[in-house]
Design a protein around this ligand. Sequence first.
Ligand code: FES
Length: 137
Amino acid sequence: MSRHVVCPAAELPPGTRKVVVIDGREIGLFNVEGRLHALLNRCPHGGAAICSGVVTGLSQSSGPGDYRLERRGEFLRCPWHGWEFDMATGQSWCDPRRTRVRSFEVRRETGGDLVMGPYVAERYHVTVEDTYIVVDL
Ligand code: FES
């Protein structure tokens, strides 16, 4: 597993998505109410660019005339044939035993955790002589 820094967290605020290319693979990043998801941008059913689909919930019903949308923001609906996938696991709601969209670990890290410090800048000796500033290189 290799770690890739893809963008500042500010570029992916809640309610947005972004498709990036990592090692030649298109990966969709989603921020759903602060929860991050990363999915391969290829539907396992027919190959659609699934990350352009609608983020939705799960329609539930106990009978005619009773419809509820539950687990809002936890599912991604493919734009081609409407299959829905659990964004946290990639699992298909239509064919959960055999079909899932590939999902990846995604998280926020502080800049200090990404690269080890301390950092050392190149420095030069500076003196003040009368009204001139002199820099020794
Ligand atoms: S290609 Fe995605 S549901 Fe068919």
